[in-house]
Ligand binder design. Sequence first.
Ligand SMILES: [Zn+2]
Length: 211
Amino acid sequence: MKMMYQPPALVQKLFPEFIWHSTTKKILVTFDDGPNPSSTGKILETLKEENIQALFFCVGNNLSRYPQLAKLIVAENHLLGNHTYNHTIVTKLGKDAFAQEIISTNHEVEAVAGSLPKYFRPPRGRFSFHLARALKDYTMKNVMWSLLPYDYKNDLKVVKFAVKNYLTKNAIVVLHDSDKSAPIICDAIKYLADEARSNNFQFGTPEECLS
Ligand SMILES: [Zn+2]
């Protein structure tokens, strides 16, 4: 199983404006796909216990269905990002359809957070030049990741293996705020926090890690 998301060097050169690692020597924790009734609340509790501030790449449709959960995320001083409205693979979209995914999700974020999101993450990490250009129109930055511990496979052993072997001091870690990872997500966060501590790594806020 490929544990670390390592795009070819050429891809990183083609998209230099995309963010692949934390820009400081601190770990950024991100959660994709929420908010979600079976996972968001317990994720927030665990983040509070571990004193971690995270970036939640939310799906617009979920923000619209669960605004109270989104408000809880904001109230706990985490940041909301845009993960499309319908969890769409954006490379398949035309310019107008892509714009619709961005704008409608930004609107949902603004409704709960009071300001527009600055960061975007494409579902499944799929992107294109067309996406890169369009994001500039919205002055948003594309945030990729350096470590994907496959929490959605719902097997804590897999998460531990990935974190133990691939966590770096400037990692951007992607976890999931979804039904699939809900059974193990709290233990996954705690393991990540323990590993970071035992390596003397620090967690950063989204602002610190993406400046
Ligand atoms: Zn996703």
